[in-house]
Design a protein around this ligand. Structure first.
Ligand SMILES: O=P(O)(O)OC[C@H]1O[C@](O)(COP(=O)(O)O)[C@@H](O)[C@@H]1O
Ligand SMILES: [Mn+2]
Length: 650
């Protein structure tokens, strides 16, 4: 086996010389400082805020500019340079329109010079070859030259001035400026981790997904909302109803129609007809964002919302009939409604209902879809099936995602590791086999993949697809972590006590360092130097809550990028930044207008842990992989020397 492997390796490194220079190269890379990782969670469709955080590296680019130019540029000039880096195309357009044309060339020359300085700073910790690979090929040679120039060397000065002059002469220099800005953006964020919940509540998750798909290095830990979309795309109709219902409830028509091409015409026709006498006032959407392309009036939206909710409750009831093993029969609430009395029984208690109009429900068989509902779901299901963009995004979530990830001594997952009140890992049983802790998450990874990739004719597909719904809202789902999802209660019952969703014991237990250490060990990480990073629970800063828990072992970074949650948290989200020096939390402020938006670039940055010495690539997962490659190459050199493998000298 080893001989075979070495033979293969010999194809890439045909001589001792070639293998040895790669060893030198890999050793050198291991000595470089570790790249900077960025962690975000709970983006919830807020594409404007997220794209800005990504382009500005959550304030890090602005901070670098300050560091380089504080003595030479005014605050306003520093802001302008930062804005140019974030939005080069639109800033250049404004400059062309409003700038003084006779001084334009000077402005561009100066700008290129400043951008090169920023680029030098942000590329300093990478190898020349890594930086070069990130450059657009057309400009790679020139940028490389400019980055490595000593501007005090008089001999070269003329040469470099000439390069810049001719760049500007050829096409005005715009393309070059744009290339430099994008390179800076790209270099500042080495990897991106998204700890779940890209979808729902905010306007355009599809735009966020497009940005992630084209990002150079990103992984996603699935959140309950992502799973719900993945399940919908896999063909689960209850989840299709769920995502459509949630989108309508936040007035997010654009993501459905313009983003994913889900045709809502059958739904609007159905709802307008079936609920024409019903004001559906419990179903008026929250309006946080206006739709650009598809504006639907509030009354009709409420009818569509209710139509979808009723279908969802029926389809969920059907899943529960198929799966007594979920032990959620009490969640089939349509079956608990007394349609004559207008009441519903929840947890053994009878409550009056706030809305008793159910024109499509047959009290004798409340879970059965009416003929119209059946036709409607056929149409919606065809839209989900046929959406090319949706499937591109979902496949990306599969290829770049998972239930959890261990990355450089951090354990990332969205919700929780299900636990029992006495502090043990809770178990879920499948086919007589019990799973808990890491084993459970590994097993679920396979189930999630089965739901999408098994053909629908497979005898296992239905169960796998139903299980996606369990992961969305089941009491032992690591993505959900709550006793129940009380959407039904919110719509129909006034008494708030029955709305309460009880958190999995994990959330209390994980406040203690001891429990976090146990979880880290379960996942094979050294508890002394590792952290857990979660999303899912909005951290209510304004009530004095902290995102740093368990003596610094656990970070919960759902700070409310989602507008719907900013009034709860009091801020507009967190970015966790892990560079070679420290782990830091950038706390973003709410911004309501353009002027305030500028302040997004100066988040409050709190260093939460300083590294004892500067971390190098050698200290990371990639460093470990490089060390293994070095060992392999050494074995190859030995095989060459001992004549086991012959060098191929041309
Ligand atoms: O506030 P909304 O959007 O109506 O949704 C409330 C529901 O969302 C949930 O919080 C789940 O969403 P999160 O994963 O974003 O917390 C449920 O627990 C809750 O019932
Ligand atoms: Mn969540």
């Amino acid at each position: 086996m080893e001989q075979k492997y070495l033979q293969l390796l010999a194809k890439e490194y045909p001589t001792i010389q070639a293998a040895c220079s790669e060893i030198v190269n890999l050793n050198a890379i291991r000595q470089l400082p570790k790249g900077t990782e960025y962690f975000f969670s709970d983006l919830h469709g807020e594409y404007e805020a997220f794209l800005h955080l990504l382009k500005s590296a959550s304030g890090v680019i602005r901070a670098k500019i300050k560091q380089i130019f504080d003595n030479t540029l005014s605050e306003a000039e520093q802001n302008q340079l930062a804005n140019l880096i974030y939005e080069p195309e639109s800033v250049l357009n404004c400059v062309e329109l409003f700038g003084h044309h006779d001084s334009m060339e000077d402005w561009k020359r100066l700008t290129i010079y400043r951008l090169v300085l920023v680029c030098k700073e942000v590329s300093s910790k990478y190898t020349r070859s890594k930086v070069r690979k990130k450059m657009p090929p057309a400009f790679a040679y020139i940028i490389d030259e400019l980055l490595h120039v000593n501007y005090d060397d008089g001999n070269k000065k003329v040469y470099y001035n000439e390069i810049i002059r001719s760049i500007i002469e050829i096409d005005g220099g715009d393309k070059f400026i744009i290339a430099l800005c994008k390179l800076i953006q790209n270099l500042v964020v080495d990897n991106l981790h998204i700890i779940g919940d890209i979808f729902d509540r905010g306007p355009r998750a599809d735009i966020i997904m497009n940005a992630l798909v084209s990002f150079h290095d990103v992984d996603v830990q699935w959140g309950n909302h992502d799973i719900s979309w993945m399940g919908a795309a896999s063909g689960n109709r209850a989840l299709m109803a769920n995502v459509v219902r949630m989108a309508i409830s936040y007035n997010n028509f654009d993501v459905l129609e313009d983003g994913y091409g889900i045709n809502l015409r059958p739904l609007s026709a159905f709802a307008a007809e079936v609920y024409r006498e019903d004001s559906c006032e419990r179903f008026l959407p929250h309006i946080l964002d206006e739709n650009e392309f598809d504006t639907v009036d509030g009354d009709l939206a409420a009818k569509m919302h209710k139509a979808m909710a009723v279908i969802q409750f029926k389809l969920e009831g059907q899943i529960l009939e198929r799966h007594p093993e979920y032990r959620m029969a009490d969640r089939s609430l349509l079956k608990e409604v007394d349609f004559g009395a207008g009441t519903v029984k929840v947890d053994g208690q009878i409550y009056p209902m706030l809305d008793t109009s159910f024109p499509t429900v047959d009290p004798a068989g409340p879970l059965k879809l009416s003929r119209g509902e059946e036709d409607l779901m056929n149409a919606i299901s065809a839209s989900f099936d046929h959406s090319e963009v949706l499937h591109r995004h979902i496949k990306f979530l599969y290829s770049h995602g998972g239930m959890y990830k261990c990355a450089n001594s951090n354990l990332l997952y969205h919700g929780c590791i299900p636990m029992t009140a006495d502090g043990n890992f809770d178990t879920i049983e499948f086919d007589g086999q019990k799973y808990s802790g890491k084993g459970l998450l590994d097993f679920l990874n396979g189930q999630v993949r089965a739901a999408y990739f098994l053909p629908k004719e497979s005898p296992w597909w239905q169960d796998a697809s139903d299980f996606m719904w369990y992961l969305w809202c089941g009491p032992k789902s690591p993505l959900f972590g709550k006793s129940k999802l009380s959407a039904f209660e919110h719509y129909f019952i006034e008494d708030e006590a029955v709305h309460k969703e009880i958190l999995n014991p994990y959330y209390k237990l994980s406040q203690s360092e001891e429990a976090c250490c146990r979880i880290l060990e379960e996942f094979g990480l050294d508890p002394e130097h590792s952290h857990i990073i979660n999303g899912h629970m909005p951290v209510k800063i304004k009530d004095g809550e902290s995102p740093v828990k368990a003596n610094g072992r656990l970070f919960i970074i759902d700070g409310g990028i989602s507008k719907a949650y900013q009034s709860k948290t009091g801020i507009a989200g967190y970015t966790l930044i892990f560079n070679s020096h420290h782990l830091a939390l950038a706390e973003h402020k709410n911004y309501m207008n353009q002027e305030q938006a500028l302040r997004r670039d100066t988040p409050e940055v709190k260093i939460v842990e300083r590294m004892r010495s500067r971390l190098r690539v050698a200290d990371t997962d990639i460093g470990a992989a490089l060390a293994a490659q070095i060992e392999d190459l050494k074995a190859l050199v030995a095989a060459y020397k001992e004549g086991e493998i012959k060098e191929k000298i041309e």
